[in-house]
Design a protein around this ligand. Structure first.
Ligand SMILES: *[C@@H]1O[C@H](CO)[C@@H](O)[C@H](O)[C@H]1NC(C)=O
Ligand SMILES: *[C@@H]1O[C@H](CO)[C@@H](O)[C@H](O)[C@H]1NC(C)=O
Ligand SMILES: *[C@@H]1O[C@H](CO)[C@@H](O)[C@H](O)[C@H]1NC(C)=O
Ligand SMILES: *[C@@H]1O[C@H](CO)[C@@H](O)[C@H](O)[C@H]1NC(C)=O
Ligand SMILES: *[C@@H]1O[C@H](CO)[C@@H](O)[C@H](O)[C@H]1NC(C)=O
Ligand SMILES: *[C@@H]1O[C@H](CO)[C@@H](O)[C@H](O)[C@H]1NC(C)=O
Ligand SMILES: *[C@@H]1O[C@H](CO)[C@@H](O)[C@H](O)[C@H]1NC(C)=O
Ligand SMILES: *[C@@H]1O[C@H](CO)[C@@H](O)[C@H](O)[C@H]1NC(C)=O
Ligand SMILES: *[C@@H]1O[C@H](CO)[C@@H](O)[C@H](O)[C@H]1NC(C)=O
Ligand SMILES: *[C@@H]1O[C@H](CO)[C@@H](O)[C@H](O)[C@H]1NC(C)=O
Length: 384
């Protein structure tokens, strides 16, 4: 009898220590401290505005919020956010000693009458638990918090590569009735990677309202590892401003920006000079972002970042042609330079049937710049 009681106590002890040692944030393999960009899906409990979300999460760059949510650059901070609407929160992740949580912030100031539970659920939409807030803030009794006390909110995040690929980790709140399969499909992840990342043995272990570590595929880019913004991890349907706001880069899985090329370059980062309403930071003005291409000896053509030239002289019976596009490769803050690179690719033109109608709608888009200097215009090439 005594023995069984003793065993029960031992068991209870293990259960208690296991649950109280519930790890903070997401598990990351990184041993040393590594930092990266991360996203959290904030499901606003009540109707609110973007500016309230900005102050709740301590977002310093409003444009980064717009870019993460693919909202137009002219969106006002007063834009309303409906209850239950998901807003992606961009933040810096710090992976330290196996734990990935937001780096330093957000910081929340306790108002009168608020409990940790209210803060974790009603305010931060279940992205954190009361235990996690208590743990990072050394709160021994979660029922005792003071008005005006500053709390660090540890948003879960991760910096690990997945299957050898760089990804952007998204802290996703599992909505009711969502299966792991549906989530995997929605975000283009495999069920297996979701199970491993989240330490689940079985898809049935998935709990509604829990926060799942979802790896988002990012666009490949030509940004050099010496650039201050390396690696620029942009998932599908997002944009960002980089190089002190001089360059706008976006990621689209369908290669929207490359539709004129008939063979879309999907999942490739597309960068162009920022629109004028985006103010340059730190620098007096934006440096030039023009690629130079020597057409003939002594005859150079400048191609603006993001634009392309087709060289129809290279086309042959199979419809192959050469294309040069001016791509972004990074910036140097101290030297005040933005570097670009002329990408040379041989592409294959498929049948003109789908192409010609596409061209006419795309020409107004003017994302590509087609030059006719003894080189044929691409549209002429297609309609022929
Ligand atoms: C972390 O580093 C320690 C020593 O610095 C080492 O013993 C341990 O194996 C490392 N763990 C991992 C998972 O790399
Ligand atoms: C790292 O985590 C291990 C257990 O996960 C712990 O024993 C160790 O003290 C931690 N190291 C630091 C520096 O926090
Ligand atoms: C949302 O509404 C509930 C009651 O309807 C309230 O308790 C809570 O504080 C509100 N949350 C926010 C973020 O305003
Ligand atoms: C919590 O306590 C540990 C050691 O007791 C200390 O190193 C750490 O700085 C404290 N953290 C906060 C947020 O006060
Ligand atoms: C979940 O599914 C059940 C039946 O499949 C349905 O009755 C319920 O409304 C669903 N809940 C949500 C939140 O979609
Ligand atoms: C993974 O889950 C098992 C129980 O299912 C637990 O024993 C283990 O500590 C967990 N690992 C991590 C890294 O959280
Ligand atoms: C940076 O890239 C070059 C090749 O482009 C490579 O040789 C070098 O090892 C890389 N450095 C780091 C720190 O990854
Ligand atoms: C990429 O995002 C767009 C919307 O921005 C969406 O229509 C498309 O289905 C997404 N593609 C993938 C592969 O998720
Ligand atoms: C993306 O590219 C692959 C091959 O590179 C192609 O099979 C696929 O159809 C493309 N998807 C879209 C949406 O263009
Ligand atoms: C462009 O690249 C192709 C192969 O990728 C190469 O054959 C061709 O010579 C290059 N053209 C120029 C002008 O560099």
């Amino acid at each position: 009898m005594l023995l069984s009681k003793f065993l029960f106590c031992i068991l209870l002890f293990f259960v208690l220590t296991f649950s109280s040692a519930e790890s903070l944030g997401f598990t990351c393999k990184s041993n040393t401290t590594s930092k990266c960009k991360s996203l959290a899906g904030y499901v606003s409990p009540n109707a609110t505005t973007l500016s309230s979300i900005v102050s709740l999460f301590g977002i310093t760059d409003f444009n980064s919020l717009l870019g993460a949510n693919n909202l137009p650059i002219r969106t006002k901070p007063s834009r309303s956010v409906a209850a239950k609407e998901t807003i992606k929160i961009p933040f810096t992740c710090s992976c330290n000693n196996g734990t990935g949580i937001s780096d330093k912030g957000p910081i929340y100031k306790v108002q009168s009458g608020e409990s940790l539970y209210h803060i974790a659920t009603d305010l931060f939409g279940f992205l954190v638990t009361t235990d996690e807030i208590a743990a990072v803030n050394n709160i021994s009794n979660p029922d005792l918090i003071d008005v005006d006390q500053l709390l660090r909110i540890p948003l879960p995040c991760n910096c690990d590569d997945v299957d050898g690929n760089r990804v952007l980790h998204y802290a996703y709140k599992v909505s009711p009735n969502k299966s792991l399969e549906m989530i995997a499909k929605e975000f283009g992840a495999t069920e297996e990677s979701l199970l491993i990342l989240n330490n689940l043995t079985d898809a049935k272990q998935l709990e509604a309202e829990s926060i799942l570590d979802v790896p988002l595929r990012v666009c490949t880019s030509m940004i050099r590892n010496t650039s201050a913004d390396y690696p620029l991890l942009l998932p599908n349907g997002t944009y960002t401003f980089t190089a002190n706001n001089c360059v706008k880069c976006s990621c689209d899985s369908s290669g929207k920006y490359w539709e004129t090329f008939l063979e879309p370059k999907n999942w490739t980062l597309y960068c162009e000079p920022s629109p004028p309403e985006v103010k340059v930071r730190n620098w007096k003005e934006c440096p030039t972002t023009t690629c130079v291409k020597e057409i003939e000896p002594g005859n150079n053509w400048g191609v603006q970042l993001g634009m392309s030239i087709f060289d129809s002289r290279c086309s042959d019976v199979e419809g192959k042609h050469n294309e040069w596009s001016c791509a972004y490769t990074g910036y140097n803050s101290r030297r005040q330079t933005v570097s670009v690179y002329m990408v040379n690719e041989t592409r294959c033109i498929r049948g003109p049937s789908s192409g010609s109608s596409k061209m006419s709608t795309q020409s107004s888009n003017l994302v590509s710049f087609l030059i006719n200097f003894g080189l044929l215009l691409c549209s002429a090439l297609i309609s022929s």
